[in-house]
Design a binder for this molecule. Structure first.
Ligand code: GLN
Length: 484
């Protein structure tokens, strides 16, 4: 039951082969059995899930069920879920019960899906390994001595171990795609503004986007149909029709031009990962796609630019966690200043503090022009590189991450090494364009992702390209032995 696609699950539910309560219970049992080892969920909402499943079964009985009705999913613990703890994996919000639902949660609830729980993540989505969570690291089901990637590592681990058929994630610099790559999943970061950010706890507001994490491009397309769309409560949401993302899945990729940026295949890329990605690209060639070498000359600016923009925005966003309106409150404060400083000192972990300090410095009077303004100019150059490239090619392909999953502790004390994990993903957040990671093979038993980047609002083409590859290969169907 836990190796079926959403379409198969939907058919089984609609035909009455299985009820939503049975399906939900099946996943809850798997969570019960495996979560202690993987630490993928922070909160399991079992009672509520079974209530939602019962409601879904009523819809089937009255023939009012939709395509996704009754199918379970997990939400990254960054999305506000009314009446349920929404922690962002921080001590700061350990006791925060969200008073309302994020738009993404609202839309998914309305589709009749069943929420199994909230998944673990790096604290406030800052990290690439899930080691910064207040609730402890998440394990990679492919090798439990290794990280699942981050920051959406809990969602990735949960799907890879088949504790949930699909999940939500968010991506500020790679947090959907890099864990998808490290856990053998399909993860899509949509165009900035495609999916509402309302009720998604902000990290870096100009970069954050929510998207689906799934076992296949087809499943991701199903969830994109529900998640996407204009929301007047998010001022950066784009008012533009949502296509049916499943409708273009079967289009041929013959004649599609694939750009290979030389900057994505150079120094720093593991040679076996490079070979795996190149083999995947050959498969596209055999399907009739054309290859063109391109250059994205400002690629090397991406990491420094991101590590000014993201900390600057997070230092501003996280200022609301002051122990008064939001967040952990220190005991017995001497005065107001003591309340602020101790609440924040106690509530935030080291990586979050590092970013707040960098951001506050970059934004301070006298430094704003030198850092934040300069970073915004670099951002434009990065974005222009992509626009130049898309004059010649339909999509851009390359690795998602420079290495397969690494061991716990390997990079956590070396922030720069950790930051380089996102060298191929951060660019697209800075440019606001969509990008998908799909399973492309294995290196020493560990999954490797192929990244496909498209122009604004080209999610349909990315899902189509992913789906066509998944018709030729079975990497995406592989499940770690212990979780079959
Ligand atoms: N790993 C990157 C960071 O630490 C990206 C995180 C994300 O996309 N949320 O900021």
């Amino acid at each position: 039951m836990h190796n079926k696609s959403l379409s198969e699950l939907s058919t089984a539910l609609h035909s009455g082969d299985i009820s939503s309560v049975e399906l939900t219970q099946h996943y809850l049992d798997r969570i019960n059995k495996h979560n202690a080892e993987l630490n993928a969920f922070i909160t399991v909402t079992d009672a509520r899930a079974l209530e939602q499943a019962k409601a879904a079964d009523k819809l089937f009985a009255s023939k009012k069920a939709g395509a996704l009705t009754g199918i379970p999913l997990a939400h990254k613990d960054i999305f506000c879920t009314q009446g349920i703890r929404t922690s962002c994996a921080s001590k700061m919000l350990d006791k925060f019960i969200a008073p309302y639902n994020a738009t993404v949660v609202e839309k998914i609830d309305a589709s009749g899906m069943v929420t199994l729980g909230k998944t673990n993540m790096d604290e406030f989505a800052m990290g690439s390994s899930n080691e910064t969570s207040f609730y402890g690291p998440v394990k990679n089901p492919w090798d439990t001595d290794r990280v699942p990637g981050g920051s959406s590592g809990g969602s990735a681990s949960a799907i890879a171990a088949r504790l949930a058929p699909i999940a939500t994630g968010t991506d500020t610099g790679g947090s959907i795609r890099q864990p998808s790559s490290l856990c053998n999943l399909t993860g899509l970061k949509p165009t900035y503004g495609r999916v509402s950010r309302y009720g998604m706890i902000a990290f870096a507001s100009s970069l954050d986007q929510a998207g689906p994490m799934a076992t296949s491009a087809e499943d991701a397309a199903w969830l994109m149909n529900v998640m996407s769309g204009f929301d007047k409560r998010d001022s950066t949401s784009v008012d533009r029709d949502v296509p049916d993302y499943t409708a273009s899945l079967n289009d041929s990729v013959e004649g599609m031009t694939i750009g290979l940026p030389k900057e994505y295949f150079g120094e720093g890329l593991d040679s076996k990962v490079a070979a795996t990605v190149e083999a995947a690209i050959k498969t596209y060639e055999s399907m009739g796609a054309k290859i063109k070498e391109i250059s994205l000359p400002n690629t090397s600016l991406a990491i420094p630019t991101y590590y000014v923009v993201a900390p600057a925005e997070c230092s501003s966003n996280l200022s609301r966690m002051d122990g008064v309106r939001f967040g952990h409150r220190a005991e017995d404060p001497k005065d107001l200043m003591d309340l602020y400083t101790r609440s924040r000192g106690e509530g935030f972990g080291d990586e979050v503090k590092r970013r707040i300090m960098i951001g506050a410095y970059a934004l301070s009077a006298g430094y704003y022009d030198a850092y934040y303004l300069k970073a915004q100019q670099c951002r434009r150059l990065i974005s222009n590189d992509f626009q130049e490239a898309f004059k010649e090619v339909d999509v851009i392909m390359g690795p998602t991450a420079p290495t397969p999953a690494f061991r716990f502790g390997e990079k956590v004390n070396d922030p720069v090494a950790m930051y380089l994990e996102d060298i191929y993903t951060i660019n697209t957040n800075l440019a606001g364009i969509p990008s998908i990671s799909i399973p492309a093979g294995f290196v020493d038993g560990l999954p490797v992702g192929l990244q496909i980047i498209g122009n604004y609002f080209d999610e349909g083409r990315l899902l189509n390209a992913g789906h066509q590859y998944q018709q030729q290969t079975d990497w995406h169907q592989r499940v770690p032995e212990a979780f079959k």
